[in-house]
Ligand binder design. Structure first.
Ligand SMILES: *[C@@H]1O[C@H](CO)[C@@H](O)[C@H](O)[C@H]1NC(C)=O
Ligand SMILES: *[C@@H]1O[C@H](CO)[C@@H](O)[C@H](O)[C@H]1NC(C)=O
Ligand SMILES: *[C@@H]1O[C@H](CO)[C@@H](O)[C@H](O)[C@H]1NC(C)=O
Ligand SMILES: *[C@@H]1O[C@H](CO)[C@@H](O)[C@H](O)[C@H]1NC(C)=O
Ligand SMILES: *[C@@H]1O[C@H](CO)[C@@H](O)[C@H](O)[C@H]1NC(C)=O
Ligand SMILES: *[C@@H]1O[C@H](CO)[C@@H](O)[C@H](O)[C@H]1NC(C)=O
Ligand SMILES: *[C@@H]1O[C@H](CO)[C@@H](O)[C@H](O)[C@H]1NC(C)=O
Ligand SMILES: *[C@@H]1O[C@H](CO)[C@@H](O)[C@H](O)[C@H]1NC(C)=O
Ligand SMILES: *[C@@H]1O[C@H](CO)[C@@H](O)[C@H](O)[C@H]1NC(C)=O
Ligand SMILES: *[C@@H]1O[C@H](CO)[C@@H](O)[C@H](O)[C@H]1NC(C)=O
Ligand SMILES: *[C@@H]1O[C@H](CO)[C@@H](O)[C@H](O)[C@H]1NC(C)=O
Ligand SMILES: *[C@@H]1O[C@H](CO)[C@@H](O)[C@H](O)[C@H]1NC(C)=O
Length: 844
């Protein structure tokens, strides 16, 4: 009692002092020596590579230091905001990400921090404390109202001392990369004034004593001041929203995404509406295993601005009462089992900006009336439903969309001319929408404005006119253009050579499965950002243009199934990042260039089948240490196939280059599934395996050539590696229809292949009939060349390569599969493309 008295006396005195100094015009106090000392000690223990604390110098006024805020009256440090000034946008190799990484503080948090007794605001978020414990002594900063440790890379047990921060209004422990541990959350009940609690993505360690793992065990029911709760992305958490939540009457926002509630939607809504549903502004229950129906009960939540129920099992129709949620700006009902038609009352939600109804089972017609009052809509998706969009061709919508996704909706047969009114559109998916029409010139003009444009799988026909493209709205990082699987015809010259000397920023371009013909135009210097190019399944003829060699960023080039001829140009040497090259089913001639093995060091897929290549497989191809698919079938290649055993063990080791390959391979296939679709031609009958986890395929197909000699015995040495049990490493080996002789080496792997993979040679032994005296012995080499020929490929090596790749691959992708948190981050890294555009999601 006595001490409280003296404290308040002191406070009054201080205040008087402050007022008097204010009156005398001397309002600025400056920092106290002890607090400056404390800050300097703090700095001493921090590593600060970007020199964010450069202004923290020994004889300075610490109130003027960066990231420090003092009281103007007392000079005490009130706020310490050491938050990383850059946002982690989770996209590796972008400048934002690099800035973020560079600006991280690391090291230790010096206990002198507790000398900043008046601290109300402490923000250490976005730094890298590299797995040290959250300091216990934070619990003695009694005046703290704001504590943010989000993404600060602390690890271990969360100290219960945090429960002593009885003035705390805001606590953020989210986004932990390292595993955190909790014995119990009972300390939370000490934070009785808490208004904002963010425990999302805490990466809670399984070793926590906290065995219950349910929402109720967190004990939030006594935090009656709480306004916002974020428990999302805690995959360890489960169980329904506890009924005790009825006491949380101040609640305006709750996010429990990825927490397995396993609950009926109406139960959730009952609890949340108990003390007046009207306060709730944000309800996010994505991926929470919620079932049931949307009912008129929803209409009570009149203040809702955000409602996200995506990725659940909600079924039945949309209730007309949805229209009563007049404050909604964001509505996400995607990936459920909603059926029936869309009620007209949708048009009443006049504040709606974001509407996602994709991937449900809705049918019926969408018309102008549905949108009449949606003047603010900028993002709309109804992809993956059977909806019919039936509007007057002269319709001028009340909105200006930025994103429109109507994949597999029925828009045709006419091209949707109302799109002409949408001046801000940068993401458009009208693929598989039953459009059978020509593309109007105004649309061609807008084609380079998109960040993402997908008009594939329609029956769009006609030639590309000489159009006059508009510049993009905002230069996108990776613009994607997909015109594939239509009936476009004629030359591509206006498209490729458009705007002489003007470069396009397109990253991905796919025009495969059309009827384009003539030469491939020679203007590729205008496409410096092209990473993925697919011109396959058209009628292009002639030889490859030299300027294609300027596409030095290419990751994937698919020219399959055209009538292209001539040699592979020398200028292709420049494709040093190439991962996929498919030249199959053309009329290319000549030898397979040796520089492919030297230059294409990242190559994963090489398909040259069904051309007129001759000569040996160059030994240099052995250097393609990441190769997963080698398909040179149906050419006129010759020579023997000995083993490069010497290199073998080195190839099977893990090295980091495999990991980066795995990552971009993943990106390439995420954007262009056709890469593998085409490769699958060689794999009839193995599609199940082929489509299995992450399309981890390994194929060698050298069939229908003139290869001679024996299958090397060395293959059997691979048994040892098999016992490492990294999946079966070679999915498919086809050596049929060559001039090979002798016994097929016995190894479980080879024997498991179908006999058809070996026929058309003079081979014997399982899976072919047993050897007899006649065919068991290898005949003399027809060229009289028993020694290893320098120019011959060692395909044993490929097998070993595959093993090495699997090892590297699992080091990288394995954790993604096992840890859903990581998976989430990785999906975010892929720009959300996986959800919206990607074809790869379902396999992931
Ligand atoms: C202190 O004064 C400065 C300028 O006079 C003002 O910008 C700042 O907001 C004040 N800080 C506090 C904590 O009141
Ligand atoms: C904590 O800091 C992060 C940035 O590092 C920010 O995104 C987040 O909103 C902050 N949390 C709170 C509750 O202010
Ligand atoms: C909390 O503070 C009280 C007194 O202020 C102290 O006795 C107690 O040990 C503290 N508890 C923790 C867990 O730090
Ligand atoms: C909440 O308060 C009640 C009554 O004050 C108490 O019995 C209960 O233990 C508290 N719950 C938690 C989790 O602290
Ligand atoms: C919606 O699905 C349910 C079964 O899940 C079915 O009984 C009902 O007829 C469907 N309604 C419509 C309009 O398709
Ligand atoms: C659109 O808004 C107007 C005026 O607020 C209202 O009269 C009309 O009923 C609304 N239309 C729909 C379809 O909700
Ligand atoms: C929607 O689908 C249901 C069930 O398949 C069917 O009964 C109904 O006629 C369809 N409605 C429309 C408008 O196509
Ligand atoms: C396009 O978007 C910008 C920025 O969001 C906005 O200022 C502009 O008004 C929009 N244009 C139209 C035609 O709506
Ligand atoms: C091509 O488009 C048609 C519709 O026009 C679609 O049925 C078919 O599945 C598409 N093919 C591919 C491979 O996408
Ligand atoms: C395009 O570039 C070429 C060579 O750099 C030059 O000869 C030609 O004049 C340029 N054309 C235009 C329209 O700038
Ligand atoms: C082939 O030989 C193996 C043993 O080497 C024997 O088990 C098998 O029955 C033989 N198969 C035929 C078809 O003769
Ligand atoms: C374009 O749409 C088709 C069909 O909906 C889809 O299969 C394809 O993956 C999409 N293309 C891209 C690049 O996303």
């Amino acid at each position: 009692m006595k001490s409280t008295m003296s404290v308040s006396v002191a406070l009054v005195f201080l205040e008087l002092f402050a007022i008097s100094s204010f009156c005398s015009g001397n309002s600025y106090v400056g920092c106290t020596d002890s607090e400056r000392e404390a800050l300097l000690k703090l700095k001493q223990d921090l590593k600060d590579p970007s020199n964010r604390l450069g202004s923290w110098v020994v004889d300075g006024d610490c109130c003027k230091w960066a990231e420090v805020v003092c009281s103007n009256l007392t000079g005490h440090v009130l706020q310490l905001s050491l938050r990383n000034p850059f946002r982690n946008d989770l996209r590796y190799a972008t400048t934002e990400y690099e800035d973020y990484m560079r600006s991280m503080l690391s090291g230790n948090v010096n206990p002198s921090l507790v000398d900043l007794k008046h601290l109300t605001h402490l923000d250490l978020s976005g730094n890298d404390f590299q797995g040290i414990r959250i300091p216990k002594y934070l619990g003695s900063l009694k005046n703290l109202r704001y504590l943010n440790l989000s993404g600060a890379e602390f690890a271990g047990i969360i100290p219960h001392q945090l429960g002593n921060l009885s003035n705390l209004r805001c606590l953020d422990l989210s986004w932990s990369e390292y595993a955190l541990q909790v014995h119990s959350f009972s300390w939370l009940s000490g934070l009785s004034l808490l208004e904002h609690l963010d425990l999302s993505q805490m990466n809670l360690n399984k070793a926590s004593d906290w065995l219950l793992g349910t929402i109720s065990s967190i004990g939030l029911e006594n935090l009656t001041s709480i306004k916002t709760i974020d428990l999302s992305l805690n995959f360890e958490l489960g169980g329904p929203i506890p009924t005790s939540f009825v006491r949380l009457c101040e609640l305006t926002s709750i996010d429990v995404s990825d927490v397995k509630l396993s609950q009926d939607l109406s139960q959730v809504l009952d609890i949340l509406s108990a003390c007046g549903a009207s306060a709730l502004e944000s309800l996010v229950l994505s991926s929470s295993q919620i079932s049931g129906h949307l009912t008129s009960q929803l209409g009570q939540f009149k203040s809702l601005r955000t409602l996200s129920l995506d990725d659940n099992c909600i079924s039945g129709p949309l209730p007309p009462a949805l229209g009563d949620l007049s404050s909604l700006t964001r509505l996400d009902l995607s990936r459920n089992m909603l059926n029936g038609s869309i009620p007209l009352s949708l048009g009443k939600i006049s504040h709606l900006e974001y509407l996602d109804l994709s991937n449900n089972k809705m049918n019926g017609t969408l018309s102008e009336i549905h949108f009449v009052n949606l003047t603010k809509l900028t993002w709309f998706s109804a992809s993956g439903n059977s909806l019919i969009l039936q509007v007057n061709p002269y319709w001028v919508p009340p909105f200006q969309l930025k994103t429109l996704l109507l994949m597999s909706c029925h828009l045709g047969p006419q091209f949707p001319s109302w799109l002409h009114s949408q001046k801000n559109l940068s993401v458009l998916d009208i693929s598989n929408a039953r459009i059978s029409d020509t593309i109007p010139r105004w649309f061609w003009n807008s084609i380079f404005q998109y960040e993402y444009l997908n008009i594939s799988s329609n029956q769009i026909y006609g030639e590309i006119p000489d159009f006059d493209p508009l510049p993009p709205h905002t230069p996108a990082l990776r613009p994607i253009l997909d015109l594939s699987n239509n009936s476009l015809s004629g030359s591509m010259i206006h498209f490729i050579c458009n705007g002489e000397n003007k470069s396009h920023s397109i990253y991905f371009q796919k025009v495969s499965k059309n009827n384009f013909s003539g030469d491939i135009p020679d203007c590729w210097m205008n496409w410096p950002n092209l990473h993925v190019l697919n011109l396959g399944n058209n009628n292009f003829s002639g030889s490859l243009p030299i300027s294609m060699g300027t596409l030095s960023s290419l990751l994937s080039l698919n020219l399959r199934n055209n009538r292209l001829s001539g040699l592979i140009p020398e200028s292709f040497k420049n494709f040093s990042n190439l991962e996929v090259l498919n030249l199959g089913d053309n009329e290319f001639v000549g030898k397979i260039p040796t520089w492919m093995g030297e230059g294409f060091t990242s190559l994963l897929i090489l398909i040259l089948r069904s051309n007129k290549f001759d000569g040996f497989l160059p030994i240099q191809l052995c250097r393609l240490t990441s190769l997963q698919i080698l398909d040179v079938a149906n050419n006129s290649l010759s020579g023997t196939m000995p083993g490069c055993v010497n290199n073998f063990s080195a190839m099977a080791t893990i090295d980091s280059s495999h990991q980066s390959n795995a990552m971009s391979y993943f990106e390439v296939t995420a954007y262009d599934c056709e890469v593998l679709e085409d490769a699958s031609i060689v794999m009839k009958g193995s599609m199940v395996e082929y489509n299995s986890i992450l399309n981890l395929v390994r194929i060698i197909d050298v069939s229908k050539n003139n290869f001679s000699g024996e299958i090397p015995m060395e293959l059997t040495y691979l048994r040892g590696l098999q016992s490492l049990n990294f999946l079966s490493f070679l999915n498919h080996l086809n050596v049929s229809n060559n001039l090979l002789t002798g016994k097929i080496p016995s190894s479980t792997q080879l024997q498991s292949f179908d006999a058809s993979c070996f026929v058309g040679n003079n081979l014997c032994g399982p899976p072919l009939p047993n050897c007899t005296e006649n065919n068991a012995r290898a005949p003399e080499d027809p060229n009289g060349n028993a020694e290893q020929d320098e120019d011959e490929v060692d395909w044993l090596l490929y097998v070993s390569i595959a093993v090495g790749f699997v090892v590297g691959f699992w080091c990288f992708i394995g954790p993604l599969l096992l840890n859903r948190g990581w998976r989430y981050k990785y999906c975010r890294f892929l720009d959300g493309c996986m959800d919206r555009f990607g074809c790869f999601v379902s396999k992931f």
